[in-house]
Design a protein. Structure first.
Length: 150
């Protein structure tokens, strides 16, 4: 049923709360997991009076390297349980990139943890989970992970 499961992660313990759920699904169904971390480019200049911005390539490259190390570490732990894992680090807008990778990789399911914000917290900080939910064209497994879960 779910041959490929896309698991967006952001390096936080809250996001990792989805792992036991996808490990269980993958073990039962023989699914492949794709761990995805989306890195937003680091900008050198963000001034409303300037019509362009420069990307700090060095800092962005460092963040990509950290993300790769993080995902590979998680993948090793999961692979030791006999589950196939692929890691991907992409750059760009988070919601759009998650949806794009789900399509490209033909993911049957996207599984992620929501940070559980509501009310004004969600308005100010936005919600990747809500953005994916509103735009996704395939099944989405969401678990709620709150601050007190850490």
């Amino acid at each position: 049923m779910y041959e490929t499961i896309l698991v967006p992660l952001d390096g936080s313990k809250r996001a990792e709360k989805i792992l036991p759920h996808v490990e269980g699904l993958a073990a039962c169904l023989g699914s492949k997991l794709i761990f995805l971390d989306v890195v937003s480019p680091v900008y050198l200049l963000m001034d409303p009076m300037v019509s362009y911005v420069d990307i700090d390539a060095t800092e962005t490259k460092a963040l990509v390297g950290e993300a790769k190390g993080y995902l590979e570490s998680l993948a090793k732990k999961v692979e030791s349980k006999g589950i196939r894992v692929i890691t991907k680090v992409e750059q760009g807008p988070v919601v759009e990139t998650i949806i794009d990778i789900a399509r490209k990789e033909k993911a049957d399911l996207i599984a992620m943890a929501s940070h559980g914000r509501s009310g004004m917290g969600r308005v100010f900080y936005g919600s990747v989970a809500a953005g994916v939910l509103q735009r996704v064209d395939r099944p989405l497994l969401l678990i709620r992970s709150r601050d007190d879960d850490e």
